[in-house]
Design a binder for this molecule. Structure first.
Ligand SMILES: [Zn+2]
Length: 102
């Protein structure tokens, strides 16, 4: 998975198309990511032994990583991810279109 926690992504399709946000959690095993503010749902909770407060909480549910894309900071558009290998052998993610580091 090319997308990691802390990345800024755009949603490309589905109910939340056009939304932008930061990845707060990456779930590589499920090919899903949790994006701040995207797929937010309200959950009604009762108190339990471990949870003393009842009420409505808002929660962001994971979305498939296939519907989000990294946002190129230069073009403000979805980026295709490329890799650039520098002379010391470290790999860097770049925008495949304009070469901007991601
Ligand atoms: Zn770009």
């Amino acid at each position: 998975m090319k997308i990691r926690r802390g990345d800024h992504v755009m949603v490309l399709s589905g109910k939340h198309k056009g939304m932008r946000g930061e990845v707060v959690r990456a779930l590589p095993k499920e090919d899903r990511v949790v994006v701040e503010g995207v797929n937010r749902v309200k959950r009604h909770q009762r108190t339990t032994q471990t949870r003393k407060r009842a009420g409505i909480i808002e929660k962001d549910l994971p979305v498939p990583v296939s519907i989000v894309a990294l946002e190129c900071p230069k073009e403000h558009a979805p980026a295709r991810v490329g890799y650039q290998v520098s002379e010391d052998g470290t790999k860097k993610r770049v925008c495949a279109r304009c070469g901007e580091g991601l």
